[in-house]
Design a binder for this molecule. Structure first.
Ligand SMILES: [Zn+2]
Length: 275
């Protein structure tokens, strides 16, 4: 599932192509994409909109239009936003929508599992919509050690579960939480409220470094994630713990172990990340 580094990579690749472009024609083939709204109505509303900015909040891709409206895209499990200079043709049963731009290029939304969502918001609706759903940006200025401490304080849940909660921080998922906890040398099952002041500082740094590493390598392609030009990310070759059961820890050589936290496969170094 795409996390912050994957969505940020998509954003960076799309922005130069989309900024200033007008949606000349929009086709939405899958009613699940815009549910409960009628796909034909959403497509009609989007037609004619001009892109002012391609933004991101957490795992959401945000197309901001000059009109003040916003298209909020969540890729969920397997969503991909692809860009092609030419008309997108060929038979692709996983294609859920095509946006024709005013320069003849196509933006194709593809989604095998069909959990992705598109939501068209009117001016002023974005901030209240996101406020109840996601917390601060981990790469933003507001993400301080004090802010992280406040988010984890009093929480009995394992620190990993707390970090997977999008209201704690926006954009972390199963991969980058494991990577961040390894960097911070914190066991994933440690209750969030027992993380010490020193560890909080290491955790903040670990989160930022893990995410930045992911962005530098254009995200991680385990299965479906692709950049807008169809190429894979490279972060999967750089994981410190994720998916590396039995492989030696980069720091101490101990074999990486797998457990389950909050129902999710979880990897950690038993020597560096003691309970
Ligand atoms: Zn280790």
């Amino acid at each position: 599932m795409p996390e912050l580094p994957e969505v940020e990579t998509v954003r960076r690749r799309l922005e130069p192509h989309l900024t200033g472009r007008r949606f000349e024609r929009v086709d939405i083939f899958d009613p699940r994409l815009t549910r409960p709204h009628d796909p034909a109505e959403v497509a009609a509303e989007l037609t004619g909109e001009r892109v002012e900015q391609v933004d991101r909040r957490g795992k959401y891709l945000v197309f901001r239009f000059e009109s003040g409206r916003v298209l909020l895209i969540h890729l969920r499990m397997t969503g991909n936003v692809l860009y092609t200079d030419e008309e997108a043709n060929g038979d692709d049963s996983h294609r859920r929508s095509v946006i024709r731009l005013d320069n003849g290029a196509d933006v194709v939304y593809r989604d095998v599992r069909r959990f992705g969502t598109w939501l068209l918001l009117e001016p002023g609706e974005l901030d209240p919509y996101l406020a109840t759903r996601i917390g601060d940006e981990p790469l933003g200025r507001r993400f301080t050690v004090a802010a992280l401490a406040a988010r984890l304080a009093g929480r009995r849940a394992p620190v990993k579960a707390a970090l997977l909660d999008q209201r704690t921080l926006a954009g972390l998922g199963n991969i980058y939480v494991d990577e961040a906890l390894w960097r911070a040398r914190i066991h994933p099952l440690r209750p969030a409220r027992e993380v010490t002041a020193d560890e909080l500082s290491a955790l903040r740094r670990g989160i930022r470094q893990a995410l930045q590493a992911g962005i530098r390598r254009q995200g991680a392609t385990l299965r479906d994630y692709r950049q807008p030009d169809g190429t894979r990310g490279r972060m999967q070759a750089e994981f410190k713990v994720y998916g590396r059961t039995g492989a030696p820890c980069d720091r101490c050589g101990a074999p990486i172990e797998k457990t389950r936290v909050a129902g999710r496969g979880t990897w950690y170094c038993p020597a560096c990340q003691r309970p």
